[in-house]
Design a protein around this ligand. Structure first.
Ligand SMILES: C[S@@+](CC[C@H](N)C(=O)[O-])C[C@H]1O[C@@H](n2cnc3c(N)ncnc32)[C@H](O)[C@@H]1O
Length: 218
């Protein structure tokens, strides 16, 4: 039995060069690309929190000219995979990875890198204690440019209403770690965002009962 819960719920395949692969990233990367393209003005410097395998950044810089992407994570094997994806991509638009614990109030190097156009985080706030969501939103309030975007991707409840598949997912998350769980956009996250100087700007439906949620810094 592992000492701590795994950072991802699916098996992440590994290539011989250190790059890890997650089946869900392969499925959602195109819808994420299309939604970012529609909402994020380019050129843009994006800080990704909880980059996981690193597949999203490597795919997106290739697809969206003008996108500049910095990886980060808290988890050493994920940081290793991000390094491997960066090496394989050989793109001047991919940076990091930075070691960032979203729950902390100091994001180290990211604090000194100037204000960010966007902060992106996929599939983290439900697979981490709520402090990670609080830290992510507070950090976005601190580090985004005025008008900058915090973009979240994943499953959410809305105003107490949750899709049956997300309710089942919520139960399975909580059975692994009682601190995890699908967050309610309006009840859990919007109040935090308001205190951080962010307003809810767009909620976009994505495949498989996921959402892309865009907050703007006021
Ligand atoms: C399910 S994976 C999602 C990875 C990737 N964003 C994706 O969608 O494929 C969750 C990620 O959140 C990271 N994570 C968990 N808690 C974190 C925290 N407090 N700060 C930063 N990253 C965290 C884990 O290390 C893991 O890489």
């Amino acid at each position: 039995m592992a000492d701590k819960p795994p950072v991802a719920l699916e098996d992440r395949g590994e290539g011989g060069d250190g790059r890890r692969y997650s089946p869900s990233a392969a499925r959602n990367r195109e819808p994420i690309r299309d939604t970012l393209k529609a909402h994020l003005g380019l050129p843009a410097c994006v800080l990704e929190i909880a980059s996981g395998t690193g597949e999203h950044g490597a795919f997106l810089v290739n697809e969206l000219p003008g996108l500049d992407w910095t990886y980060s994570d808290i988890d050493p094997p994920s940081l290793e995979s991000q390094r491997a994806w960066k090496a394989a991509a050989q793109s001047e638009s991919l940076h990091g990875p930075l070691e960032i614990n979203a729950a902390q109030s100091d994001w180290g190097e990211a604090e000194q890198m100037g204000a960010w156009d966007a902060i992106f985080s996929a599939n983290m706030v439900h697979i981490a204690p709520f402090e990670a969501a609080e830290g992510l939103i507070t950090g976005a309030g601190r580090l985004l440019k005025p008008g900058g975007m915090l973009v979240l991707y994943g499953p959410f409840a809305q105003n107490g209403v949750i899709a049956p598949s997300n309710a089942a997912f919520d139960e399975s998350l909580k059975s692994r770690d009682a601190r995890w769980g699908v967050r309610d956009l309006e009840l859990d996250l919007v109040p935090l965002a308001g205190r951080a100087g962010l307003r809810l700007a767009n909620v976009i439906e994505m495949p498989a009962n996921n959402l892309m949620v865009v907050f703007r810094k006021m």
